[in-house]
Design a protein around this ligand. Structure first.
Ligand SMILES: *[C@@H]1O[C@H](CO)[C@@H](O)[C@H](O)[C@H]1NC(C)=O
Ligand SMILES: *[C@@H]1O[C@H](CO)[C@@H](O)[C@H](O)[C@H]1NC(C)=O
Ligand SMILES: *[C@@H]1O[C@H](CO)[C@@H](O)[C@H](O)[C@H]1NC(C)=O
Ligand SMILES: *[C@@H]1O[C@H](CO)[C@@H](O)[C@H](O)[C@H]1NC(C)=O
Ligand SMILES: *[C@@H]1O[C@H](CO)[C@@H](O)[C@H](O)[C@H]1NC(C)=O
Ligand SMILES: [Cu+2]
Length: 145
């Protein structure tokens, strides 16, 4: 009896530790480098990039430069996306679909923007520079808790 009881409480403690650990790991939040090695640019299909990827509240979307551009400018500070060429505009689904730039939610123009996903659901981002959005520089993600 005593044996069984202590075995049970050990199990309880173990499972408590396990759920606490996974909670802590979860609260850390993953970094998603948008476009991976391509970064935030014109030639990447960001719908493809989201395939097989999970986004959770607390994760961070990092909009930065491509690996190639990093290598080309390796000795300078140009590790960011070219902010004369691109930006990151968070919009609603309508503006995502028609590349509307008039009523945006937020605008990021740093060249190295880390955007924390603070809510579950869909989030839409476009590049509002030139005709980049019309040419497909847009990202839609669906985040879960
Ligand atoms: C995400 O990136 C930030 C800033 O570079 C870093 O401090 C943090 O540890 C990273 N998180 C993970 C889970 O890699
Ligand atoms: C995106 O994926 C589709 C289908 O999987 C493929 O046909 C297309 O070439 C991909 N586009 C890019 C830019 O990789
Ligand atoms: C870009 O942002 C990341 C994460 O915040 C940081 O680790 C990195 O040093 C930044 N790079 C530049 C060039 O500012
Ligand atoms: C997006 O915002 C525009 C402008 O405020 C609005 O007309 C439109 O209905 C919104 N779309 C959705 C799906 O909420
Ligand atoms: C990106 O690829 C998807 C299929 O994965 C396709 O439906 C979509 O039209 C493509 N977008 C562009 C801008 O080519
Ligand atoms: Cu752009």
């Amino acid at each position: 009896m005593l044996h069984q009881g202590s075995w049970f409480s050990s199990l309880m403690i173990l499972s408590a530790i396990f759920s606490l650990t996974s909670l802590m790991l979860k609260s850390e939040g993953a970094n998603h480098t948008v476009g991976d090695s391509s970064g935030w640019e014109l030639l990447t299909n960001y719908t493809n990039w989201t395939q097989g990827r999970e986004f959770h509240v607390g994760d961070v979307l990092v909009f930065s430069n491509s690996i190639l551009a990093k290598i080309c400018h390796s000795s300078s500070t140009v590790f960011n996306y070219n902010k004369d060429q691109h930006n990151v505009m968070q919009v609603n689904s309508t503006a995502y679909a028609d590349c509307g730039r008039d009523n945006y939610i937020s605008l990021f123009t740093n060249g190295n923007d880390s955007i924390i996903i603070s809510e579950a659901g869909e989030h839409w981002f476009i590049c509002a520079m030139y005709d980049h959005c019309e040419n497909g520089q847009k990202l839609s993600i669906n985040a879960t808790l």
